[in-house]
Design a protein around this ligand. Structure first.
Ligand code: G6P
Length: 481
């Protein structure tokens, strides 16, 4: 992958011994041991799998929320020092449910859901960001590299720089950064922009996210442009670039080839009654994902007679998410009503047309679903990247299957041989689903070859290594001896 920056620097022997990842969640969960006691385990995949291979004999420390309320002590799991940040009920309500998921999430996703602005939410957001910054400032060795993640923690870079100017600070936004016209609606637009600009390196999923941020910072007068990729604030130059995130391709492909996953996929199709075509959607139950429009398109295709319920079955996995937030509760109602409508109108006893599962799935279960599906539907209204699209592609080692992909997912920039679709255009969505089903095996194969090349050319470890190398090298290059 090639970040859109003008220069590259080699790592020097001044690289730090400690790398600190700061993310809203710690990458661990509590699991029951054989003797009945509870212990922590790192969640496989995700950021951990991306970052660990990028370490150069450095110590990895992770600062994040351990889930739930209340205190846990620092611990070491799988060689990672974990520092939990405890959050109270009120802090969670204002920072997580409120400002993060009731204000920033819908605003940054093109107002796909209702956006609310509340000063109490922002106060809670600042308070929690301050807790994270304090935890990092206390844990960081001199000159450590700190990499802060995502929209929940945008004030942390600025707060941290004030306390610890010796640190090299990077920030990566996993979700879209919106166009200026949307962002400037935010009453706290300056504070957030300044917060992010506490970093030495700022990464976005796409070039347009990076361009939007540069424009906002310049228009608000918070920083000045320096060349086409950089901003200047006070006496510092900050690099702003696109670093599109990938997946751990080998892990997905290896598991997909296993007998266990193949058996499960075969068994799944048998239990569905051996339909000619299985359509699949896998999403968090989130209004940005376009689950309702996708179901409506499927309903209309059945009603128009373009698809037959005896040939086509759809599986929609909607993982529970943020279920204290009203917009998520309302979406659940809409989706479940549509599923009921489709099955009511077109199902037969013992053969529903849509199988809707509102549960979290484990890795192997997910893989067997990907392997059982002929058509993968990824149709968000807005999405930073969408890794489900890449995961599906990684499991199609036999060049079968087709991908219908929203043009508004970051992944669409790389997966150009998917059937791209505007999710706001229901007729286009219907046509894309029908084309995916009717596509010849040869065309599927040609498209899948190109999709697989794109996915394997930019893996999660590539992504983390390129960001961390740029961050380490940049700080050395801009810091006087
Ligand atoms: C998105 C965000 C992440 C977030 C994840 C799950 O991918 O970019 O920061 O962790 O959704 O959402 P949750 O609210 O459960 O952490």
């Amino acid at each position: 992958m090639s970040p859109t920056t003008e220069h590259s620097y080699a790592l020097t022997d001044r690289s730090a011994n400690q790398v600190i990842i700061v993310a809203n969640r710690l990458p661990v969960r509590q699991v029951e041991q054989d003797d009945g006691t509870m212990d922590w385990q790192t969640s496989p995949g995700g950021l951990v799998a991306a970052v660990k291979p990028a370490m150069h004999d450095q110590n990895l420390t992770w600062v994040g929320w351990a889930g739930g309320e209340g205190q846990s002590s620092p611990m070491s799991v799988d060689g990672i020092e974990l520092i939990p940040v405890a959050l109270s009920k009120t802090e969670l309500a204002n920072h997580y449910d409120g400002m993060s998921n009731g204000t920033l999430w819908p605003l940054y996703h093109d107002r796909a859901g209702p956006v609310e602005f509340h000063r109490t939410w922002f106060d809670g957001y600042r308070q929690v960001n301050d807790k994270f910054a304090t935890a990092v400032a206390d844990a960081a060795e001199p000159n450590a590299v700190v990499w802060i993640h995502d929209y929940q923690l945008q004030l942390v870079p600025g707060m941290l720089r004030e306390r610890r100017p010796d640190l090299r600070i990077g920030f990566f936004l996993h979700i879209p950064f919106p166009p200026s016209e949307l962002f400037i609606q935010l009453p706290w637009r300056e504070a957030i922009t300044r917060g992010i600009l506490g970093s030495d390196l700022i990464g976005f999923q796409t070039a347009s996210g990076a361009a939007n941020f540069r424009r906002v910072a310049a228009e608000l007068g918070v920083a000045t442009r320096e060349g086409s990729q950089r901003l200047r604030i006070d006496d510092r130059t900050i690099e702003i670039a696109a670093f599109p995130i990938g997946i751990d391709t080998d892990r997905y492909e290896k598991a997909a080839r296993s007998d266990d996953v193949e058996d499960r996929a075969r068994d799944l199709r048998a239990r569905l009654g051996q339909p000619q075509t299985v359509l699949l959607g896998v999403d968090r139950l989130d209004y940005t994902k376009g689950i309702d429009v996708r179901l409506r398109a499927f309903l209309e295709l059945l009603a128009d007679g373009r698809l037959s319920s005896s040939h086509v079955t759809m599986i929609q996995v909607a993982e529970p998410s943020r279920d204290n937030v009203d917009a998520y509760i309302n979406l659940r109602g809409r989706v479940e009503q549509l599923v009921g409508e489709i099955n009511g109108d077109f199902g037969r006893v013992g053969f529903p047309v849509v199988h809707y599962i509102h549960q979290t799935h484990g890795f192997e279960d997910l893989l067997s679903l990907y392997r059982a599906a002929d058509v993968m539907l990824v149709t968000p209204f807005a999405d930073g990247m969408n890794l489900v699209a890449k995961e599906y592609v990684a499991t199609r080692y036999d060049y079968t299957g087709s991908l219908v992909l929203s043009q508004f997912a970051g992944a669409a920039h790389e997966l150009t041989d998917a059937l791209t679709v505007n999710p706001y255009d229901i007729d286009a969505m219907k046509n894309a689903i029908a084309s995916a089903i009717e596509m010849s095996p040869t065309e599927k194969q040609i498209r899948m070859q190109s999709l697989r090349l794109a996915v394997s050319n930019n893996t999660a470890p590539d992504w983390a290594a390129s960001f961390l190398e740029k961050l380490g090298a940049r700080a050395v290059a801009t810091r006087p001896d």
